[in-house]
Design a protein around this ligand. Structure first.
Ligand SMILES: Nc1nc2c(c(=O)[nH]1)N[C@H]1C(S)=C(S)[C@@H](COP(=O)(O)OP(=O)(O)OC[C@H]3O[C@@H](n4cnc5c(=O)[nH]c(N)nc54)[C@H](O)[C@@H]3O)O[C@H]1N2
Ligand SMILES: Nc1nc2c(c(=O)[nH]1)N[C@H]1C(S)=C(S)[C@@H](COP(=O)(O)OP(=O)(O)OC[C@H]3O[C@@H](n4cnc5c(=O)[nH]c(N)nc54)[C@H](O)[C@@H]3O)O[C@H]1N2
Ligand code: SF4
Ligand SMILES: [Mo]
Length: 880
């Protein structure tokens, strides 16, 4: 058994993980010695071992869908890229990268595009995530510096979480906060979020703010700080910021934010009087057409009342992805140069000197949304996408897909064989995944940690930096990309951070530039800066004089989304606890799908009533851009007028589950970040005629009128289906064409079908007017080893094996009441149909389930249990 210290590849908390590998089986545990998590892991981190299998991996290079050698793939990609550059200039090509690349990969991609191809058209998914936060810090501090650490969160008097559902998105940091509050019950926690989230569990106060209105709250706080004489220090533009805040009285704030004056006042008092305060902010702030202003509104109040540059204080933007921060360090965004330098003459000359290039891009490149618009217009003719899935995650995804479909050259570096984006790729490069790749990542608190390989490279997959270096060679720039190991890339990056720095750039890790490979291999987690001179530059403690800091005058803006008669509701989107982004990894782990298996739409009680939505039923959500289908979940903590859906589902996991099909491509004018959190929509109930579960050995093509959701299941395909028209005939034809033996049961709207081939179960469909709850464990066992007797086969056809009843099957269709609940109620004393009806409502509408209810009651008292499928309904048929 080998044990390897590495870092979790999911969120920006950056937890240390110890990976144990024994004969290909991987298990993980938290690393006690890692200062981000001290041994803790969340459910996603704990399930990492279950994601290292090779099912669904892209393992060989492909050109036009055909497996080719690496030499061929690189040659083809290089030749086609070169032809486009020669004919149309470097601006006609682009890279679109990711905060999930390692720093070494990211550095290499940025160097190739900006330094040698000579255009700055490299942007990343961090544009959708962190770019407003970057703009906020740069405007205030003159540098992209996060001035806080996790210790500050634990050692504060007031922790404000705004637009952050840390309980689900940054779970281990949230757990540290929970613990800190237990230790220090005086600590106050305020959550500012339009909906009541899991994060509110420990909140002393939850401000259910009107969507998009946060700037009003913080600008009003700035005014209040001045009014109460708490303005501690003076900064550039402080007066202008105060002036702009003047109209934002408590009354106006309360109206703008949909809060009571009391709520606003109480929050202001808590903030101003707390000796120390930290504000944690994430996507509820950043993903807005005025996101950078919201970030500065938050930074302004921390500066104004001196809750800054001392322990337990500060404006703390949490990074989302494991290496969003590393991407900022290498200049992965189109608007920055490497090592925190900018498109300014001195910086440009310095970077060109360091890289030894005369081709360095001189002006910023296209930001993500503009980049895909340029692809759509045909201005950009080639795009290389690495480590991100823009066909899902960018707003207005229909337009993004159209752009990709029309783009003459799409190259995708991926770990997954099939993604929404890679379906458009002409050339696919197989990349190493977590556990196989080797390099560094930087977390939210600027801590650099090693991700170490502990598994062999599968198939022909290669490290992203290696693929980039090969492409550089193919394009004729090989001399500047001679690295043989990620250690060499890291040292070059570290050296650039210190190059002609003279203490001017906060990002300086030149102290790590001369690490030997062994030292780099053993590198312990370390926070930057790490300067070669050994000088410490404590970014938490007054690293800049007050006069170098700037307050930004803010005019709060309403959300861009315009609701009206046609689109009366605001749609919000974000994370669920157990899924990661576009599900390419977490969507394959059965354990992670048990929590939420289908995209839901959270609806307030009032809206559910008004739009006639039933809890557990389906709804169609429509915006000016597109439509999605989700399961209705009525939530007491949901604001009337606002809906919430997960961001995760996509064309690989559902027919119409992609929220960005609805999102308009509106962006912040300073940061280019899209307004992903507010979209004007309408909602309507949809009652499908039938619902079912389909489990098969191989994918089954489905007609476009069927809605489906993929569920994670080992070695098989499992779809939950529903639609207006039953697919019995199509399925029968599918089996017929394969000469499979079919066994069916049909009774009214109920349709069960099993297909057999050479004694093996090939597929099973269990469908009815409402979703039959099938006994999954027993059905998957039947795929492993087929039941032998006709009686067992009949029981399987019924959704239950060996005569055991399925758990939780829906019995009362009208009120969606399942067998398990009914049996529990009977055990609890409901021994008549009337009593059951009073408690659960079952049987009180159409009454067709009453006999079955009686049967259950009889069962308890020793009477026979009626079989929902009468004997003889199942028929064996052969199609030859
Ligand atoms: N489980 C899980 N964890 C993750 C990820 C994942 O995919 N899954 N992804 C990671 C990444 S890349 C990121 S960026 C982070 C994101 O972490 P978070 O930002 O915490 O996640 P979200 O769910 O996108 O949004 C947070 C909250 O913003 C709220 N919100 C929406 N509009 C507003 C508003 O106008 N004002 C306020 N105050 N709040 C609003 C939403 O209701 C939501 O609860 O999570 C990281 N962690
Ligand atoms: N409506 C709405 N849209 C959103 C958001 C939202 O809250 N609402 N959130 C936004 C945010 S904050 C983010 S960060 C984005 C995330 O959106 P994406 O970045 O598009 O989502 P991921 O699924 O993380 O995509 C990563 C891809 O890289 C692949 N991959 C994994 N590891 C590697 C590797 O080592 N190398 C390579 N080459 N590939 C790899 C994965 O298989 C996957 O296909 O979504 C954004 N979009
Ligand atoms: S909190 Fe984030 S980094 Fe830590 S284990 Fe969970 S997903 Fe991984
Ligand atoms: Mo993100």
């Amino acid at each position: 058994m080998t044990e390897t210290r590495t870092t979790c590849p999911y969120c920006g908390v950056g937890c240390g993980v110890i990976a144990c590998e024994e004969e290909g089986v991987v298990s993980v545990r938290g690393d006690d010695a890692h200062p981000a998590n001290f041994g803790r892991l969340c459910v996603k981190g704990a399930a990492l071992g279950e994601t290292t299998g090779l099912a669904g991996r892209l393992l060989h290079p492909e050109v036009a869908g055909q497996r080719v050698s690496w030499a061929h793939a690189i040659d083809e990609a290089g030749r086609r890229l070169r032809a486009i550059i020669d004919e149309h200039g470097p601006q006609a090509v682009a890279f679109y990268a990711s905060g999930q690349l390692l720093t070494e990969d990211y550095y290499a991609a940025n160097k190739l595009m900006k330094g040698f191809i000579g255009a700055a058209n490299i942007d990343t998914n961090s544009r959708l995530c962190m770019s407003s936060a970057v703009t906020g810090y740069k405007r205030a501090f003159g540098a992209d510096v996060v001035p806080c650490s996790y210790d500050d969160v634990e050692n504060s008097d007031l922790v404000v979480l705004v637009g952050s559902n840390a309980a689900w998105s940054h779970p281990v940091l949230y757990q540290r906060l929970v613990k800190a509050k237990q230790v220090n019950p005086q600590m106050q926690v305020v959550v500012i979020d339009p909906r009541r989230t899991a994060t509110c569990d420990i909140a002393d106060r939850h401000l259910a703010i009107a969507p998009g209105s946060d700037a009003g709250l913080f600008v009003g706080l700035l005014r209040e700080i001045a009014q109460r004489g708490a303005f501690a220090r003076q900064y550039a533009d402080a007066q202008a910021a105060r002036d702009s805040a003047e109209p934002w009285t408590v009354a106006r704030v309360a109206e703008f934010c949909g809060l009571t004056e009391q709520e606003v006042n109480d929050f202001y008092t808590a903030f101003i009087t707390a000796p120390r305060a930290v504000t944690l902010y994430t996507m509820g702030i950043n993903q807005s057409a005025s996101g950078s202003d919201k970030c500065n509104a938050i930074i302004n109040v921390h500066l104004a009342c001196g809750k800054f540059a001392r322990p337990g204080c500060g404006p703390f933007s949490l990074t989302g992805q494991p290496n969003a921060m590393g991407g900022r360090e290498v200049g992965g965004l189109a608007t920055m140069l490497a090592a925190h330098m900018n498109f300014e003459p001195d910086d440009l000359a310095r970077v060109a000197r360091f890289w030894g290039t005369e081709r360095l891009a001189q002006t910023p490149g296209l930001m993500a949304v503009d980049l895909f618009a340029a692809i759509g217009r045909g201005d950009v003719k080639a795009v290389w996408i690495m480590g991100t899935n823009p066909a899902v995650s960018l707003p207005d995804s229909h337009a993004v897909c159209q752009a990709l479909a029309a783009c003459p050259l799409v190259i995708v570096s991926e770990v997954a064989a099939d993604t929404d984006t890679s379906r458009y790729a002409h050339i696919r490069f197989p990349a190493l995944s977590w556990g196989e790749k080797n390099g560094t990542v930087t977390n939210s608190e600027r801590r650099i940690s090693r991700q170490r390989a502990f598994l062999p490279a599968p198939g022909e997959a290669k490290a992203d930096w290696w693929i980039i270096a090969q492409m550089a060679r193919a394009l004729g720039y090989g001399d500047a990309f001679r690295w043989q190991h990620p250690h060499a890339v890291f040292c070059e990056h570290a050296a650039l951070s210190g190059f002609e720095n003279h203490g001017e750039r906060a990002f300086d890790i030149s102290g790590l530039a001369n690490l030997t490979r062994a030292e780099w291999d053993a590198l312990a987690p370390v926070r930057w800066p790490v300067r070669a001179s050994g000088d410490t530059l404590d970014l938490q403690q007054g690293w800049r004089a007050d006069k170098q800091l700037r307050m930004v005058p803010i005019e709060p803006q309403a959300t861009h989304a315009r609701t009206g008669q046609l689109y009366p509701l605001l749609l919000n989107s974000g994370r669920i606890r157990d899924q990661w982004h576009t599900m390419t990894r977490t969507g394959t782990v059965p354990r992670l799908m048990q929590h939420i298996a289908q995209p839901m739409v959270d609806v307030s009680v009032q809206d559910a009533e008004h739009f006639q939505l039933r809890d557990g039923g389906f709804a169609r959500i429509t915006s000016r851009q597109g439509v999605m289908v989700a399961k209705v979940s009525i939530q007491a903590g949901q604001r009337p007028g606002a809906l919430f859906v997960p961001m995760h589902w996509n064309a690989c996991f559902a027919r119409q589950g992609k929220v960005n099909a609805l999102v308009d491509a509106v962006t912040d004018p300073h940061s280019g970040q899209p307004e992903s959190k507010q979209v004007a929509v309408r909602i309507a109930p949809w009652q499908p005629a039938w619902q079912g579960e389909l489990i098969s050995r191989q994918p089954v093509p489905l007609p476009s009128h069927v809605q489906w959701w993929r569920k994670a299941i080992d070695g098989l395909h499992h779809l939950t289906l529903c639609g207006d028209k039953i697919i019995y005939d199509e399925l029968l034809l599918f089996c017929q064409q394969r000469n499979w033996l079919v066994q069916t049961a049909r009774a009214g709207s109920l349709c069960h079908l099993l297909a057999w081939h050479e004694g093996r179960l090939m597929l099973g469909l269990w469908s009815a007017e409402t979703l039959p709850v099938i006994e999954l464990a027993l059905i998957t066992a039947a795929f492993d080893s087929a039941p032998q007797t006709p009686a067992e086969r009949h029981a399987l056809l019924n959704g239950r094996v060996n005569g055991q009843p399925a758990q939780g099957r829906i019995v009362c269709s009208c009120f969606s009441v399942g067998e398990t609940r009914i049996r529990q109620a009977i055990a609890g004393g409901c021994t008549s149909v009337d009593a059951l009806g009073q408690k659960l409502k079952c049987g009180t509408n159409c009454g067709s389930c009453v006999p079955e209810l009686r049967g259950f009651i009889g069962d308890v008292t020793g009477h026979p249990h009626p079989n929902p499928l009468p004997e003889g309904e199942g028929t064996d048929r052969t199609y030859v």
